[in-house]
Design a protein around this ligand. Structure first.
Ligand SMILES: [Fe+2]
Length: 286
């Protein structure tokens, strides 16, 4: 089964969103959408999400699912906005409740915010399958970058989230709350044990100088060339490298706004009594 994959690259956050479908007029899933956010003004825009909507409408697709590979720390999710415009069910890995729990405390969120995942329409378990029309998708638990990371296998395509980056970029950081380099190594080996011609779709690309952004590769290519986890790299070597590297990284520019919104499935915090929704900045907490 070879699904059709349409990608959308957001230059502002280096994020790739996907619409996955069988054919024109069929059902589709939207993976890792972006709500544009300007941290200087606190203004959100739907330019990126509206491109997804235009595509879905042009191809006459029915949105069955709006899925997230994880609670992103570098962009806001447009899931809530898209569901309002297109319908569909918002899904994420069931361990999102752990992420909600940690960040509810860090942000000291309102008492009504329950870290039980109900903000999403469906919480996916490892190995659970769900239908996208005639296509079958399987959720693969791939913790490490965050404890709730899921990859989605749809036919010969796997959407890996932040488990892997392109071979010349390597892997994602593991130093966010709940992250763990040992787990990430095992999650990556799980994906790299899939058939070697499996198409792998990244959630980001941070191209080195001189190469255009790309986001599709294969298991074979990752096993041969990934600078962090090609075949032969041991778990210990990977963890040593990852931990040393993570210690040098600054927090992503949008981590504070992103996480607050993304643990709510892309919905803004409740409006205060002046009708305005606010994001918080916890001082000296991260
Ligand atoms: Fe991420």
């Amino acid at each position: 089964m070879t699904p059709t994959v349409q990608s959308f690259f957001d230059l502002a956050t280096w994020t790739v969103s996907y619409v996955v479908y069988e054919k024109e007029g069929s059902a589709c899933a939207i993976i890792d959408s972006v709500l544009d956010y300007d941290p200087k003004s606190g203004r959100t825009r739907t330019t990126s999400a509206d491109k997804l909507i235009a595509f879905v409408q042009e191809k006459n697709l029915r949105v069955d699912w709006i899925v997230e590979t994880h609670a992103h720390a570098d962009h806001l999710s447009a899931a809530h906005y898209l569901r309002g415009k297109l319908g569909g069910k918002i899904a994420i890995g069931a361990a999102i409740t752990d992420v909600q729990d940690v960040f509810k405390r860090i942000f000291h969120l309102e008492a009504e915010f329950q870290p039980d995942g109900h903000q999403f329409d469906h919480l996916l378990q490892d190995g659970e399958t769900f239908a996208i029309g005639a296509l079958t998708a399987e959720a693969l638990s791939v913790p490490g970058h965050t404890p709730a990371c899921m990859a989605y296998r749809i036919g010969d395509a796997v959407f890996v989230g932040d488990t892997l980056f392109m071979p010349d970029v390597g892997t994602a950081r593991c130093d966010f709350p709940g992250g763990d380099a040992h787990s990430l190594y095992r999650s990556m080996r799980k994906l790299l044990s899939l058939p070697i011609n499996t198409r792998l779709f990244m959630c980001h690309d941070y191209p080195p100088e001189g190469r255009p952004a790309v986001w599709e590769t294969t298991v074979a290519e990752q096993r041969a060339k990934n600078i962090h986890v090609h075949d032969g790299v041991s778990e210990d070597d990977f963890v040593k490298m990852r931990s040393a590297r993570d210690a040098t990284l600054e927090m992503p520019v949008l981590i504070l706004p992103s996480v607050q919104v993304n643990i709510r499935a892309g919905e803004m915090p409740p409006k205060e009594d002046n009708g305005v929704s606010y994001l918080k900045i916890p001082l000296n907490a991260l």
